[in-house]
Design a protein around this ligand. Structure first.
Ligand code: FAD
Ligand code: FES
Length: 221
């Protein structure tokens, strides 16, 4: 059964323009990389979906881009504050790949530190708008970093199983290059577990509730 639990903030840290929010892990299962948690700052109407960025025995950490009211409220939490958390939710990345290459764009790198750890630090290619945003690349070992106007698809080596997260145009460009890819998509999510139909996207003419059928989908699907 899904239960929302209250957990304490154990620390926050600025990483370029992003905030790394650490919370007490308690008995939460970190799940698979690419799965997500609904995080709700106190006093907020709706929780916000966030990919797990890092997991230790005692903490879970989320890398958050403060782009609107919900994410700004999460980024302004302080040590000892409590937030409600639900998860892990959705389908994460399959880890049974032979030659993994991690690809991330902007805040889409959020699930890659945990994914990298689970796959023993494979090569990664990360793209950012500016060198300030690229400070987040320090969280992903073995990463080649490119800044705009160069795009990750211009430097991705061939012959790998790609595991990618980032803006939709980046994922579409990867899909056009290779069917050997798992892509983590995004849509605004209100519930996170299939009840509200708010996250429906059309992919290749098919409607999918991203929170239950994704957010990670095979490129060839
Ligand atoms: C599965 C999943 C995992 C995510 N993981 C992370 C993460 O690890 N770190 C992180 O910073 N963000 C992540 N996001 C995105 C994050 O949930 C949204 O940025 C957040 O919900 C925006 O809420 P807000 O109240 O701050 O802004 P809002 O006011 O809700 O939105 C600000 C602007 O962004 C647009 N927007 C909001 N949500 C999305 C979305 N999901 N996709 C595209 N456009 C959107 C809105 O239309 C609006 O224009 C994830 C989203 C999903 C679906
Ligand atoms: S977020 Fe409610 S159905 Fe997907």
């Amino acid at each position: 059964m899904l239960t929302r639990a209250a957990h304490s903030v154990t620390g926050t840290e600025a990483v370029g323009p992003y905030t790394l929010l650490r919370i007490q892990r308690g008995d939460l299962d970190p799940g698979l990389p690419g799965q997500f948690f609904m995080l709700e700052a106190p006093g907020r109407l709706l929780p916000r979906p966030m990919s797990l960025c890092l997991a230790t025995e005692s903490e879970l950490a989320f890398l958050i881009d403060p782009i609107g009211p919900g994410t700004r409220a999460l980024c302004s939490l302080e040590l000892g504050d409590r937030l409600a958390i639900l998860g892990p939710l959705g389908n994460g990345f399959r880890l049974d790949v032979e030659r993994p290459l991690l690809v991330g764009g902007g805040i889409g790198i959020a699930p890659l530190p945990y994914l990298s750890e689970r796959l023993d630090n494979p090569p990664a290619v990360l793209g950012f708008r500016t060198s300030w945003h690229a400070e987040a690349a320090a969280l992903v070992p073995n990463a080649e970093v490119v800044l705009e106007p160069i795009y990750v698809t211009e430097v991705m080596p061939a012959g790998h199983d790609v595991l990618a997260c980032g803006p939709a145009p980046m994922l579409e460009a990867i899909r056009a290059l290779t069917p050997h890819a798992q892509l983590a998509w995004e849509a605004p999510m209100a519930c996170g577990y299939g009840a509200c139909w708010g996250c429906v996207v059309r992919i290749d003419g098919e409607l999918k509730r991203l929170c239950v059928e994704g957010p990670v989908l095979d490129a060839a699907a």
